[in-house]
Design a protein around this ligand. Structure first.
Ligand code: SF4
Length: 294
């Protein structure tokens, strides 16, 4: 179900310094997510999204952005994709992400996009333009196994399609890589899976892979995840309950060993484990021309 809503604001300040993606601002053009990953943290009660499968489209988002962005004194990275995927299927029709990128490009702001979709390629020319300031596209890839991904991320394009999209972005010089998170205990925590992701990332021109060796579960997201485990992987829910109880951070059992294998492989390939980020700067009349990242 899709519903059009009117938003009051569109660009949120990221209050704490963001060491991972260097975000200064955050933007969600939609509420809810059609990718329906079974482990999604956005289902947690704390976010107060009643029906995560219902997609709300912030129909006035572009007007709000057009108004607020030129008035921002600080130029810093705008993040897409914290609470939903900016390239989920509804984006084909509404094109809010594509049009927001046009506004961002005109205002010379940097962006970071987190996605599981190859629809991002539709905006490759815009992203190339924005990358003269700074653009990074991170593909979340938790498994190299397309069949497993069909169960875990039923509404999202397959990992193989994500790697192909990554290759095309890298080919035209856009900074891109993998967020290998979460890693689901007893499902994705094998050395073979990790090494396969690293190998395909390398072949696809990834500059970075940011790993996580576990999953976070809290009220709301935990119940949904367990409900899906029961249906898809009989017996696994009990294994989780025995091992983790009500724990928020659920690390994979052999995380030290797996991290060692990951680090060795990363070292061999030369892929980084951090994204080169854009450092926020005060805007002056001239800052629109400065390409800058460390
Ligand atoms: S793509 Fe991201 S936001 Fe959407 S359901 Fe999956 S984990 Fe949640």
């Amino acid at each position: 179900m899709i519903e059009e809503i009117t938003a009051k604001t569109i660009l949120n300040h990221v209050k704490q310094p963001d060491p991972w993606f260097g975000l200064k601002y955050n933007m969600n053009l939609y509420r809810g997510c059609q990718h329906q990953c079974i482990y999604c943290d956005s289902r947690s009660d704390c976010y107060q999204i009643e029906d995560f499968a219902k997609i709300q489209v912030k129909i006035n988002a572009l007007d709000l952005l057009e108004d607020v962005l030129p008035r921002k004194r600080m130029r810093g990275t705008i993040g897409f994709g914290s609470m939903n995927d900016p390239y989920m299927p509804v984006e084909r029709e509404y094109q809010l992400t594509g049009k927001a990128l046009e506004i961002i490009s005109n205002n010379k702001f940097p962006v970071h996009i987190l996605t599981k979709s190859d629809l991002v390629l539709r905006d490759i020319d815009l992203l190339k333009d924005i990358s003269r300031v700074y653009a990074a596209i991170s593909f979340t890839i938790t498994t190299a196994d397309d069949d497993l991904a069909r169960k875990l991320e039923p509404g999202a394009p397959l990992p193989s399609a994500r790697f192909r999209a990554m290759g095309k972005l890298a080919e035209v010089g856009i900074l891109t890589g993998v967020t290998m998170m979460p890693m689901l205990p007893f499902l994705e925590d094998s050395e073979q899976n990790i090494l396969q992701i690293v190998s395909w990332a390398q072949n696809s021109g990834a500059t970075y892979i940011i790993p996580s060796f576990g999953v976070s579960l809290r009220p709301g997201s935990r119940e949904y995840y367990y409900h899906k485990l029961e249906k898809l992987f009989p017996g696994l829910k009990e294994k989780y309950i025995n091992k983790y109880g009500d724990q928020y951070q659920c690390s994979v059992p052999r995380w030290r060993e797996l991290n060692k294998a990951f680090q060795e492989e990363i070292h061999r390939t030369g892929i980084k484990t951090r994204i080169p980020v854009f450092e926020p700067e005060k805007r002056t009349k001239n800052t629109n021309q400065i390409p800058l990242f460390e």
